[in-house]
Design a protein around this ligand. Sequence first.
Ligand code: OAD
Length: 253
Amino acid sequence: MEILDLSRAVRERLRTASRVVVFSGAGVSRESGLNTFRGTGGLWERMRPEELATPEAFAADPAKVWRWYAWRHGAVAAAQPNPAHVAIARLESVFPSYIVVTQNVDGLHQRAGSRNLLELHGTLLRAVCERCGCSREMGEAVAESPERPPLCACGGRFRPAVVWFGEALPEEAFARAHEASAACDVFLSVGTSGTVWPAAGLIELAHQGGALFIEVNPEPTPFSRLADLRLAAPAGEALPALAAAIEALDRGR
Ligand code: OAD
């Protein structure tokens, strides 16, 4: 997908857009070698989320949960941003208002150069003390204690600074994502199954607000039918092509 043939209507809306939200999920990091949660080969195919990604699971078997996140942290540390992350970062300089709202915890958007970014599900790059809330680098915590969560000076246990099922999303980040989605001209959803709420509700919100909705995903999602433009291709191919098409628009007029 090197050259993207956009319809005249889509081109015109991209040309005049000033507020853009990019909403990303695990699929955007697939081509960096990281597993998705659902879909073919997804992480949840082999594991039940309630066994690992819940506060109850951590309370019941902290070592098991810690080892899973330590393994995932190792994979993330070894991964590199792919052309999709790079294209998403590049577009930040094209639009007056541009924000990346990610469900990913891998930090690859930042490493590709995205600056205006909200992490709805926290980050795997930090560990946080359950008791006092202080935080440290996950890499250091794992190096110190690969098999079980290390203890904080206060006696509490460290856990990954991610949002687990049953926990609330970071309030301020979600409020800002909500506001940006409701008011945007373009909403670009990349590599998400759109099945985890309340994050997935942002798609509906943007659509109701009249945004141009672009979906990049090789497989259909519950929101595909709402898409003004659907690119059924891997993000690492679709995003560079889309960015090139946007950069070729005469947005100065
Ligand atoms: P999912 O694993 O649910 O969905 C990944 C999506 O990426 C699927 O729809 C795939 O079709 C698509 N995909 C696969 N390869 C792709 C590629 N190369 N390019 C583009 N898309 C591709 O991941 P999320 O939607 O991010 O939450 O999942 C949402 C949340 O569920 C995660 O943040 C995580 C998980 O439980 C928590 O841990 C709280």
